[in-house]
Design a binder for this molecule. Structure first.
Ligand SMILES: [Zn+2]
Length: 244
């Protein structure tokens, strides 16, 4: 019970701090820059496309451990993130909204490869876009835990976005997380291929019992999503004009 109360207090404090962030963004963000035409600036902002990519799906569950199937948590967190962006001035899109792998008739033999190719193609449809892939980590040694963000080597902005998500996670969700952002190599084809700012968030290790339990919890999933959301707001506030 005591743990529940202290968790509730922690969440209230967390929410208040994050609400403060959003207010600061709202008041000091570009739409309140008096030197610009507010209306045209709003139209510019609406042109930004946010692409949310829930990793795996359908026949590809991703990692499994501690009763958790990665694809399900990826989709839950992605849906929360999608809901937050619906409240923003930006256009938001999801590579998948259901429990499916993205391949078409005739692509069954190499469905996982086609799935990645199709996600890349989907993202490349959008201009002025940034891409956020949501995954969960797994390792054979269960003590390892903590969110970690990978970034595309094709754009400096990707590193900047990754750093914001990583550092806000440490600030607001898990101060014991010592992980650093990592440049994606060719093993993460989606980040290696996309030219837009692109990151892949490994939200935590489902192989760690405590973290798996947290990741199963809808409030924690929302926290992770909200943290990514405010990080993207900060990123656009600083770099939005570079996206076009
Ligand atoms: Zn994955």
């Amino acid at each position: 019970m005591r743990a529940n109360i202290s968790n509730t207090v922690k969440f209230i404090v967390f929410s208040l701090v994050l609400a403060l962030f959003v207010l600061i963004f709202a008041f000091f963000g570009p739409s309140f820059d008096k030197s610009k035409n507010v209306l045209s600036d709003k139209i510019e902002k609406e042109k930004i496309n946010i692409i949310i990519d829930a990793g795996h799906g359908g026949e590809d569950g991703g990692a499994t451990a501690n009763g958790v199937i990665e694809k399900d948590i990826n989709l839950e967190i992605s849906k929360y993130l999608y809901q937050y962006f619906l409240l923003s001035p930006y256009s938001v899109h999801m590579t998948r909204k259901d429990d499916v792998l993205l391949y078409e008739a005739g692509q069954e033999k190499k469905k996982k490869q086609y799935d990645i190719t199709n996600r890349i193609k989907y993202a490349e449809n959008f201009d002025n876009a940034l891409f956020i892939s949501i995954h969960q980590n797994k390792f054979e040694i269960p003590k390892y835990y903590g969110l970690q963000v990978y970034f595309s080597p094709n754009s400096n902005l990707s590193e900047n976005l990754a750093e914001k998500i990583q550092s806000n996670n440490k600030l607001f969700i898990d101060e014991s997380n010592k992980r650093n952002i990592k440049k994606a190599d060719k093993n993460i084809r989606i980040l290696n291929t996309l030219k837009m700012p692109a990151v892949l968030v490994e939200c935590g290790f489902i192989s760690n019992y405590e973290e798996a339990n947290k990741l199963k919890d809808s409030v924690y999933q929302e926290k992770i999503a909200f943290n990514i959301f405010i990080s993207v707001l900060q990123f656009i506030n600083e770099n939005g004009e570079c996206l076009s």
